[in-house]
Write a protein that binds this ligand. Structure first.
Ligand SMILES: CC(C)=CCC/C(C)=C/CC/C(C)=C/CC/C(C)=C/[C@@H]1[C@@H](COP(=O)(O)OP(=O)(O)O)[C@]1(C)CC/C=C(\C)CC/C=C(\C)CCC=C(C)C
Ligand SMILES: [Mn+2]
Length: 412
């Protein structure tokens, strides 16, 4: 493959040829699509699905997750068979969480640092969720990936159901089993992440942004939905639960779009293109151009549009971070600020994401932490979204406005 060749096109597009991004409230939430007026791009989501767009379908899941948590139908009442906390088990559980901490500290150093500000119960829970996500991703991306098929993923899902029912298979599962018994975390986003891995096994091209959006939800938006019940919503928040979940989903999507844009060359070498084919076509970029890895003005312009879209998802996510519990805001801000900087790094590399890895240097990372900290000092002040729950006749005791306190003491 002729990688590393930098070719600069002589044609410079005018500003109005660059993609514009629009925020429409068609479905009560954002519908980010590339503008068709320039002739470079079309809206992909509606072209692809004559029925309901992925955004609409995913939004239904968001609503359901928010409702489940509001009604407190998940989490605290679950029966945990094998994890009845007797004195001996408490040590085992501590050890299980400790292993999760080690994995997190090893694989996600900066993020791990951020979690240290959270309450001990929350950090342990986030480590356990992190480890499960990392292991799930490793199934299809790790050293044993070539042995993984849908049957293996079915087995992994069976293990997931078991651990949610209090029958963990190993130590890491035991930590998560304990976490999901203490925090109102639902199984659906976990199942959906496995679905994303299934999709990854059978699909290597995405026709439209609508298709890509669904993939991003599966592998990353789900992380946002899993995390909110643990990081918790501030007791001072006046925002609706849905709007916070929506922001969390947006953060996952933004992170994954960023991942994709950073790894275009690497993914293409693995035979995968996670970019909307219709948008590539309209930009005049062929698959072959991507495989050959040539940076042209067409490519730069295409990338500008994609980066702009990813940033809009980050902006959407920002609105929700301020609504989170004070102690959880710092790690979330830190992860948001650091990930978003990868987009700056792609720009700094003159959009050569074929052969140059966009990364945030150590110094920049360290500088970002106090920035994130300062941002985390700002808590909820304004209303975001509609307060749908306000009109519901719910007894106040059963409606946790925040999850400041875990459902029951961790080692009780
Ligand atoms: C209101 C509001 C904004 C709340 C915040 C909600 C929240 C905490 C969201 C977290 C979002 C987040 C960190 C998403 C991760 C998205 C991601 C990068 C997914 C990656 C998928 C596959 O990627 P790919 O294979 O293409 O790339 P790699 O080369 O493999 O990287 C993942 C790798 C899936 C697995 C995800 C993880 C291992 C990360 C899991 C992280 C957590 C559970 C911690 C989140 C918590 C905090 C406090 C940031
Ligand atoms: Mn991966």
């Amino acid at each position: 493959m002729s990688t590393g060749v930098l070719w600069v096109a002589t044609v410079t597009p005018t500003e109005n040829q660059l993609s514009l991004l629009r925020l429409t409230k068609r479905t009560r939430r954002w519908n980010i699509r590339l503008n068709s007026t320039s002739g470079l791009f079309v809206s992909s989501s509606l072209v692809a699905s004559p029925s309901r767009s992925s955004e609409e379908r995913v939004y239904d899941i968001v609503l359901k997750q928010a409702a489940l948590v509001r009604e407190r139908r998940i989490g605290s009442s679950r029966v945990v068979e094998n994890l009845v906390v007797v004195p001996g088990n408490r040590n085992l559980l501590n050890e299980a969480y400790d292993r999760c901490r080690e994995v997190c500290a090893e694989y996600a150093k900066t993020f791990y640092l951020g979690t240290l500000l959270m309450t001990p119960e929350r950090q342990r829970a986030i480590w356990a969720i992190y480890v499960w996500c990392r292991r799930t991703d490793e199934l299809v991306d790790g050293p044993n990936a070539s042995y993984i098929n849908s049957t293996a993923l079915d087995r992994w899902e069976k293990r997931l159901t078991d651990l949610f029912e209090g029958r963990p298979f190993d130590m890491y599962d035991a930590a998560l089993s304990d976490t999901v018994s203490k925090f109102p975390v639902d199984i659906q986003p976990f199942k959906d992440m496995i679905e994303g891995m299934r999709l990854d096994l059978r699909k290597s091209r995405y026709k439209t942004f609508d298709e890509l959006y669904l993939y991003c939800y599966y592998v990353a938006g789900t992380v946002g939905l899993m995390s909110v019940p643990v990081v918790g919503i501030s007791p001072n928040s006046k925002a609706s639960t849905e709007s916070v979940y929506n922001a969390a989903l947006a953060l996952g999507i933004a992170n994954q779009l960023t991942n994709i844009l950073r790894d275009v060359g690497e993914d293409a070498r693995r035979g995968r293109i996670y970019l909307p084919h219709d948008e590539l076509e309209l930009a005049g970029i062929s698959e072959d151009d991507i495989i050959r890895g040539i940076v042209t003005d067409k490519w730069r312009n295409f990338m500008k549009g994609q980066i702009k879209r990813a940033r809009m998802f980050f902006d959407e996510a920002e609105k929700g971070v301020i609504e989170l519990n004070s102690a959880s805001r710092w790690p979330v801000w830190a992860s948001l600020v650091l990930y978003r900087q990868i987009l700056d790094a792609i720009e700094a590399n003159d959009y050569n994401n074929f052969t140059k890895r966009a990364y945030v240097g150590k110094a920049k990372k360290l500088l970002s932490l106090p920035v994130a900290y300062a941002r985390a000092l700002v808590g909820p002040s304004k209303l975001i979204g509609t307060k749908a729950c306000e009109n519901l006749p719910v007894p106040s005791k059963s409606l946790p406005k925040s999850f400041e306190v875990p459902m029951k003491p961790i080692d009780a």
